[in-house]
Design a protein around this ligand. Structure first.
Ligand code: NAI
Ligand code: MG
Length: 335
């Protein structure tokens, strides 16, 4: 198989963790071809724009991109380049797994294995109706939820459960208060759930969900929810299992998919060679699943777990004395 993927090295620690990730992927001999494209600050400096057309064309052509974090300069056109990318390619599903790993500084070193499926294009993030009154006393914002948007994200969550053998989907909402928007989401979710009788479905109000996640995270399997709730809940879940260095995310649409780490460009440690490459590596594992290579994805995840278990060359955020590349080499030796 020859598959070309778009590779965006990104800003800050981006190039360092991408080098490490590609080193491991190369060791797996997957026959992947990389097409490099620029975005973010790196693109602004080289091409005078944050999101060059050539980058858009590359993602459109290859349909799969592996992306390091991008810095959105304050005061430039977009509110966020990442939000802009999701919008332009209609990447409606944000899929964020959170799993316990050994030897992390986590409150749950075992027992957590859940996936947050976050709607990525609607809700409070549509950017419409943002207004502050002239006297600065009142601010408003429009939220929009559609039947189509709700249907496709809930269907994505149930299909994911089917495909991965997961047993339960929890629909997270606030329909008791947000009767129109969250109400529509919940109504559509119930309709979709009825078409998947073999998968258990329960409903949970978002504030209770946060408490339940902290008290008994093992009760969750797949969570599906709207944009803002998913943003917050997925960070909470990343925190449960040991933080940002281990949290990947996939942005999936019908015509393209972008795989990344949840964390940002970490300017405080950029250039020091000590960033943890695992989040991007786990994003790459999601990409391998997406490319129809689930056994390779499992091999990659197993190699990461084995390296953590052996405490071999771990980066300082995990309490180790290794660096980005020595950690990657330790993982590569186990794939
Ligand atoms: P951040 O995630 O870059 O950093 C937060 C803290 O976590 C820092 O102390 C950092 O050193 C640490 N950290 C993050 N990743 C790490 C890793 N792999 N290994 C070890 N430590 C790690 O968040 P921050 O500082 O709020 O954002 C910095 C920039 O990143 C901003 O310009 C923001 O817009 C951008 N950003 C981009 C994202 C993306 O491209 N998907 C996501 C989040 C933020
Ligand atoms: Mg977020």
């Amino acid at each position: 198989m020859t598959q070309t993927i778009t590779v965006i090295r990104g800003d800050g620690i981006g190039p360092e963790i991408m080098d490490a990730t590609l080193h491991v992927l190369d060791a797996m001999q997957l026959g992947l071809q990389y097409e490099e494209a620029d975005a973010g600050l790196a693109a602004l400096e080289k091409h005078g724009e944050l999101l060059p057309q050539a980058t858009m064309d590359s993602i459109r052509k290859n349909r799969v991109a592996l992306k390091s974090p991008l810095t959105t300069p304050v005061g430039e056109g977009f509110s966020s380049i990442n939000v802009e990318l999701r919008k332009r390619f209609d990447l409606y599903a944000n899929v964020r797994p959170a799993k316990s790993f050994p030897n992390t500084k986590s409150r749950f070193p075992s027992g957590v294995d859940l996936i947050t499926v976050r709607e990525n294009t609607e809700g409070a993030y549509i950017g419409e109706g943002q207004m502050v009154s002239e006297d600065g006393a009142t601010a408003t914002l429009t939220q929009k939820i559609t039947r189509k948007g709700s249907e496709r994200i809930v269907r994505y969550a149930f299909d994911l459960a089917r495909k991965t053998g997961r047993k339960k989907v929890t629909v997270v909402h606030k329909a008791n208060i947000l009767k129109s928007t969250s109400g529509l989401f919940l109504k559509v979710a119930r309709e979709v759930a009825a078409q998947y009788p073999e998968i258990q479905c329960n409903e949970m109000i978002v504030d209770n969900t946060c408490m339940q996640l902290v008290m008994r995270p093992e009760q969750f399997d797949i969570i599906v929810t709207t944009n803002l709730f998913g943003d917050i809940i997925s960070d909470l879940c990343a925190g449960l299992v040991g933080g940002l260095g281990l949290a990947p995310g996939a942005n999936i649409g019908t015509d393209a998919a972008i795989f990344e780490a949840v964390h940002g460009s970490a300017p405080d440690i950029a250039g020091k060679g000590i960033a943890n490459p695992c989040a991007l590596l786990l994003g790459a594992a999601q990409m391998l699943d997406h490319l129809g290579l689930p056994e390779k994805a499992t091999r990659l995840r197993d190699a990461i777990v084995a390296t953590l278990e052996a405490k071999d060359s771990l980066t300082p955020d995990l309490g180790g004395e290794g660096n980005t590349m020595s950690f990657a080499k330790a993982i590569a030796s186990r794939v």
